[in-house]
Design a protein around this ligand. Structure first.
Ligand code: NDP
Length: 480
């Protein structure tokens, strides 16, 4: 069975303790490779390699770093089919999605920040007749990047690329549930001529490897994407050490659909925003609010179309949904369906496991699920489920829908569907979310600030925000 290796100091190596964990393929439910069960000893090696590499990498002209990163982007492009197949196998997502979304985006992340750093200018502030200030920005040193399993290489590179571009050296941990494409990225970095120690990828469990990253006194900043509870724990460990923190956490996003929306467009996009990647995208809308005059028409059309969505093995080109990421996650999602029933909800479609044949018989497949009749305050409508489960709720007024939309502890993203421009702006202004889409969903410009309000996170990623996070400002004031 293939053993994934850590990438430390430019080399692929076994974990110090020699222990490995099973890596399970969600589509079949079977173990198909082994991943290092690393410990703080492996993190210590990675941190030491990163510290040694920092002076050279951080001190090199940005054009040099940019060139190496552009090579990484080109190699991701060259190996796209292999990376997409690996991502789909490791995560359970349809191959089509990995081919058209995940891996191209990983390539774009490297490309974007490799070029972005070339345009990142210093600022100056003149005080007429008195002095001039100039502000320079400097890499932090060694930084930690910790990412989740839902968009494995996509989110991993979204952190690593700006950190490297800004001149930092990185110790990174992908999710233990989906390690494979991060492993392939290590090979790509070697092929691209990334100097030893600049990027180190250590595989293993959150409470061992992730914890050691949070604890390390030599790691100056942590960029984390994952659950809110994990984010709170990392902050409790890292904040007293005065590490910079960027936390991208959970969501419970509202889709607000007014009666004057473009019905067909809203319906088509709502199906995607509900069930893309089996509903395991932090930006998926899981609470769908529909204005009363079109509630029944929308509900019936939505249910009819969702019933026809094909749940199939990830390689099936017609699969609209593949497998969810793991057995525990499947069980968690199903437990929320049971909770919804207890809370008085009606399952309009789905609500059960889907059993496929042959080699996929033990895979973790779930039917896309729509629930109605729940109070907006119940647990099903307040807690993050992170699977192919949505609730639908009618509303009568703008005030009422905003009250329900804003009633959760999260504030990551929202969609608003209306042809009334004034209302769109008004509702966008009042909805508590860091990212608002009007008449669209998941349209992403990498220059825009990305992140959530409330318990959905602290800080923003994307564009120059990310480069700011991964650098320290120094202001110099000169008297005229
Ligand atoms: P987790 O919080 O469980 O894990 C995220 C990462 O943190 C994993 O690599 C995990 O390792 C690691 N980790 C776990 N415990 C610790 C610890 N004590 N110290 C340091 N690191 C630790 O999230 P999931 O992987 O389950 O991802 C799903 C969550 O991510 C959802 O809540 C989702 O909303 C959120 N998310 C947020 C996004 C955003 O941009 N706001 C985008 C995508 C997802 P291991 O895998 O080994 O447990």
């Amino acid at each position: 069975m293939h053993k994934i290796q850590n990438y430390i100091n430019g080399k692929l190596i076994a974990p110090v303790g020699g222990e490995y964990l099973d890596n399970i393929e969600p589509g079949t439910g079977k173990v198909y490779s082994l991943i290092p069960d690393s410990t703080e000893q492996d993190i210590a090696l990675a941190v030491s390699a990163a510290k040694n590499a920092f002076e050279s990498w951080g001190g090199k002209p940005k054009e040099y770093r940019s060139q190496i990163m552009m090579r990484v982007a080109s190699l991701i492009e060259e190996r796209l089919p292999e990376l997409a197949a690996a991502e789909s196998r490791d995560n359970g997502k349809p191959l089509k999605l990995a081919t058209h979304v995940d891996i191209p985006r990983a390539r774009d992340n490297f490309h974007f920040f490799a070029t972005g750093i070339l345009h990142y200018a210093s600022e100056s502030h003149e005080m007429e007749g008195l002095a001039i200030n100039y502000t320079t920005r400097h890499p932090l040193g060694v930084v930690g990047c910790i990412s989740p399993w839902n968009l494995p290489l996509y989110l991993f590179t979204w952190k690593i690329a700006p950190a490297l571009a800004a001149g930092n050296c990185v110790v990174a941990k992908p999710s233990e549930v989906t390690p494979y494409t991060a492993y392939l990225l290590s090979q790509i970095c070697i092929d691209a001529g990334m100097p030893a120690g600049v990027l180190n990828i250590v595989h293993g469990l959150g409470h061992k490897v992730g914890e050691a990253i949070s604890q390390s006194n030599d790691i100056k900043a942590i960029s984390f994407t994952g659950g809110t509870a994990t984010g709170a724990h990392i902050a409790s460990v890292a904040a007293p050490k005065f590490k910079k923190l960027s936390l991208e956490l959970g969501g419970k996003n509202p889709n607000i659909i007014f009666a004057d929306c473009d019905f067909e467009d809203t319906l088509k996009t709502t199906i995607l925003s509900s069930f893309a990647n089996q509903g395991q995208i932090c930006l998926c809308g899981s609470r769908i609010f529909i204005e009363r005059p079109i509630y029944e028409k929308f509900r019936d059309a939505f249910v009819e179309k969702v019933r026809k969505m094909k749940v199939s093995n990830p390689e099936d080109p017609d699969a609209k949904l593949g497998a969810v990421v793991s057995k525990p996650h499947m069980e968690k999602v199903l437990s929320y369906v049971e909770l919804a029933k207890e809370e008085g909800g009606t399952i309009l479609t789905g609500g059960h496991r889907v059993l496929l044949d042959g080699e996929y018989a033990e895979g973790f497949y779930l039917a896309p699920t729509i629930i109605e009749g729940l109070a907006y305050t119940c647990r099903t409508n307040q807690e993050e489920i992170f699977g192919p489960v949505v609730t639908i709720t009618p509303f009568d007024t703008e005030e009422e829908v905003l009250m329900m939309a804003n009633s959760v502890e999260y504030g990551l993203a929202a969609t608003i569907w209306t042809q009334d421009l004034k209302r769109a702006h008004r509702v966008a202004g009042k909805v508590e979310a860091g990212i608002v889409w009007i008449n669209c969903w998941l349209v992403r410009d990498l220059r825009t600030p990305f992140g959530g309000m409330k318990n959905s996170g602290v800080g923003r990623e994307g564009g120059f925000e990310a480069l700011k996070f991964f650098t320290e400002a120094k202001n110099v004031c000169i008297k005229f």
